[in-house]
Design a protein around this ligand. Structure first.
Ligand code: TRH
Length: 390
């Protein structure tokens, strides 16, 4: 699709997942496939956490090969919609509406008026549930205009759109994980001392979590030294409180019993992978960090984005079933129990020791799992689908 153009529209709901996925996809299409990408984002402040070079005050800028433009996703907003900017730039060949963010009506009308018509995709949230296969690539004709939108579902099987994976990611991961000096240098850059015998390094990226205090207590009272790397964010107040502090910030280090915590700055998106590659176990959340943990091929625990109706537990179970397939039942059970304990059920004090003793097996399993998933690349699939429709 070299020389073709793509508009990606992203509305930031909360957290970093929506923009995290869109930013990753935008960079990949632009830098690996030569697509001219415009990324329309309604919240440049959240975006700025993932990309430090971004200027949140600018409505238009170029960043890492992508044109970034501010839009107002809330159609009821009193602020004037920068539609003139949208109109002036024309409609791209491929239009990606991320997570059903609803395009401005005037842009949709411009799409309908364009010849040839653009290809219009709605990029959906990731789920391992079976129904996804039946909905991937489904067409949804516009009720009044001569336009069709297609649903594009990321996923874990061949019948889905696959996962976002940069061209050289697994090679870079392998080079880092087999280079002891590079890892030592990385730990030094974080100010983390050399490993002591038997130490476990754990990255912790989660939402506020009822099981957090108990897990920290288990680590503090245990026999194994545990170093926890905690990026600043939603779980920091809980961890700080465990150590008797009202708050914390990047650079803080706390120790209790066998547990040591290093608070890290929230890093740019490109730099987060190294943390996952370097740790022995990764706690991740939402969507994008969960996928990155799978590429890191280390044992991981998923804090799923909670939904009021509890449907998130079905999504959790669906990934557990796929991910643990082929493992001995007692190991699969250990994974499932810890994931459940971390998401509001089960006793984490029982689940953690059963999980951690399986780390070596889970590491080998994670490498094989990542190798299998890598065969289904989202950006490539999306461009193939575009070519079929264009
Ligand atoms: O931030 P999230 O909780 O996002 C969530 C989910 O995507 C959820 O599905 C969605 O419905 C909700 O938002 C609205 O978790 P996620 O998806 O892991 O996104 C975090 C992003 O932040 C990811 O791209 C990795 C990145 N990141 C960094 O760039 N630097 C860091 O230091 C860390 C810890 C994360």
């Amino acid at each position: 699709m070299r020389n073709n153009s793509c508009d990606i529209f992203c509305a930031v709901v909360d957290n970093y997942g929506d923009i995290g996925v869109c930013w990753r996809l935008a960079r990949q299409l632009a830098n690996e496939h030569g697509v001219s990408v415009r990324l329309w984002v309604d919240d440049l402040r959240s975006f700025g956490k993932l990309c430090l070079e971004l200027d949140a005050e600018l409505d238009e800028q170029r960043c890492r090969g992508v044109e970034v433009l501010k839009w107002d996703a809330d159609s009821f907003s009193p602020h004037p919609q920068p539609l003139s900017r949208l109109r002036a730039r024309g409609v791209a060949d491929l239009v990606i509406e991320a997570f059903a963010c609803r395009l401005p009506q005037s842009y949709v009308e411009a799409m309908a008026a364009r010849e040839p018509k653009p290809v219009w995709l709605n990029l959906e949230y990731l789920s391992a549930e079976e129904w996804v296969e039946g909905c991937h690539k489904l067409a949804s004709p516009h009720p009044t205009l001569p336009l069709t939108k297609y649903f594009f579902f990321p996923g874990f099987t061949e019948k889905t759109g696959g996962l976002l994976l940069e061209r050289d990611l697994l090679e870079r991961r392998d080079a880092f994980q087999s280079d002891g000096l590079a890892q030592e240098k990385y730990w030094r850059s974080l100010g983390v001392p050399e490993r002591v015998a038997g130490e476990l390094r754990v990255s912790m990226f989660s939402y506020e979590n009822e099981a957090m205090e108990e897990l920290l207590r288990v680590w503090a009272r245990g026999t194994q030294p545990v170093t926890t790397l905690l990026p600043e964010g939603r779980s920091l107040p809980q961890v700080a409180a465990f150590f008797g502090h009202a708050a914390g910030q990047a650079g803080d280090t706390w120790q209790r019993g066998k547990l040591r915590v290093h608070v890290l700055p929230f890093v740019e998106q490109e730099c987060y992978d190294e943390l996952l590659w370097a740790c022995d176990v990764n706690f991740v959340r939402g969507e994008d960090s969960c996928v990155r943990a799978q590429w890191a091929a280390k044992p991981f625990i998923w804090h799923i984005y909670p939904q009021h109706d509890g449907v998130h537990l079905e999504k959790l179970e669906a990934l557990r079933v796929r991910y643990t397939e082929g493992l001995q039942s007692e190991i699969a059970q250990a994974v499932g129990d810890l994931w459940l304990a971390w998401n509001g059920g089960q006793d984490i004090a029982l689940a953690w020791p059963r999980f951690v003793t399986q780390c070596e097996v889970l590491k080998a399993h994670g490498a094989e799992w990542a190798r299998r998933l890598a065969a289904n690349n989202l950006a490539l699939n999306l461009l193939d689908f575009y070519r079929q429709l264009a």
